[in-house]
Design a binder for this molecule. Structure first.
Ligand SMILES: [Mg+2]
Length: 341
């Protein structure tokens, strides 16, 4: 059992202390669920977005606003919920330019456009540094929400879109000028990750996904969370991860780049893709959901034995529980723009 000094331990302590709401789902998934009307549940999630921890003031404010909205919309997507509304509490130091705030809202609106989620309220305060807390509200048919706890041994493990580009883009930095197409992708996916709410709603239809969460803190750490909730293990095939292709002139440079791309994909975070499991019978239906703009990749398999393993170059190694933890030493991996702990 983890102590209460890191995120996992504290969340476990809270979950033991607070019973789930009647007819709903409490602490420990991507969002809480509450009864809304007969046959309908409300999904509710909240996320911090803090200056110098989650964003820096020298970034484009439009990009900050976009990522801020994505944090909430992606958690709703992970539950298979239809977005309804956002609430935004904001605090900033006296003198923060109104133009910065307006530009942030332009980015937030761009991310929420077409999602159905309007900004419906919040709270304002003064603070020494800029701070936001965003609440996302959505609705889902009762019994249809995608939970972390539904994975079964033998299920396939899937991920939407791409992994590791956001961490690479973060490492390139807010002021970087891309030198090729892949760098342009990395910067775009870091600055403006698109929440997968349309996909989440489709995955929540019967006979598709058995479990789901969004990849916000890195594939490895988030997969450990999903497996713990489902009381299963997993094998991930490194060669199948939709990670940046290794570039370089020499084979040595390429293999160093491949290892770095793998680290970005496993531990980088901020991908905001959906990580989900599905029985073999769903494979054909899932393949039909995929498109060139949003591929779905089968990256592994769920196992009865509880360990998490990475198959790499014909061998296998343990997949460490590493990534973004708000209180771990590794949690600093976003501060300096460094992508790997
Ligand atoms: Mg999440």
């Amino acid at each position: 059992m983890a102590g209460t000094s890191n995120e996992r331990g504290w969340v476990a302590w809270l979950a033991r202390r607070h019973a789930p709401p009647p007819g709903g789902l409490g602490i420990g998934d991507d969002a809480a669920l509450l009864p809304l009307a007969p046959g309908l549940q409300l999904a509710a999630t909240t996320d911090w977005f803090l200056e110098d921890l989650h964003f820096r003031r020298r970034e484009r404010p439009e990009d900050c606003g976009y990522r801020l909205a994505t944090r909430a919309l992606s958690d709703l997507a992970a539950m298979g919920a239809e977005p309804l509304a956002l609430l935004l509490s904001a605090a900033w130091p006296a003198g923060l330019a109104a133009s910065w705030r307006r530009r942030l809202h332009a980015g937030l609106e761009a991310a929420a456009r077409d999602s159905g989620a309007a900004l419906a309220g919040g709270d304002l305060s003064r603070a020494a540094r800029i701070a936001f807390d965003i609440v996302g509200l959505g609705r889902v048919r009762a019994g249809r929400a995608l939970l972390r706890s539904g994975a079964r041994p033998g299920d396939s493990l899937w991920v939407s879109g791409w992994l590791g580009y956001a961490a690479w883009g973060r490492r390139l930095g807010a002021r970087a000028q891309p030198s090729d197409r892949e760098q342009r992708r990395a910067l775009a996916r870091w600055r403006r990750p698109r929440a997968r709410w349309e996909l989440g709603r489709r995955l929540a239809q019967p006979g598709r996904a058995s479990a789901c969460m969004d990849v916000s803190d890195g594939l490895s750490l988030d997969l450990h969370r999903l497996c713990r909730a489902s009381q299963v293990g997993a094998m991930v095939f490194a060669g199948r991860l939709p990670a940046p292709p290794p570039a370089g002139r020499s084979s040595r440079a390429r293999s160093a780049a491949a290892r770095r791309a793998l680290d970005f994909a496993l531990y980088g975070g901020e991908d905001y893709e959906l990580l989900f499991t599905a029985p073999a019978t769903a494979r054909a239906r899932l393949r039909r959901l995929a498109s060139p703009t949003l591929p779905l990749t089968e990256i592994g398999v769920i196992t009865r034995s509880r360990g998490l393993w990475l198959e790499l170059d014909g061998g296998r190694e343990r997949l460490p529980e590493r990534g973004w933890d708000a209180f771990d030493a590794h949690g600093g991996n976003r501060r300096g723009g460094r992508a790997t702990p």
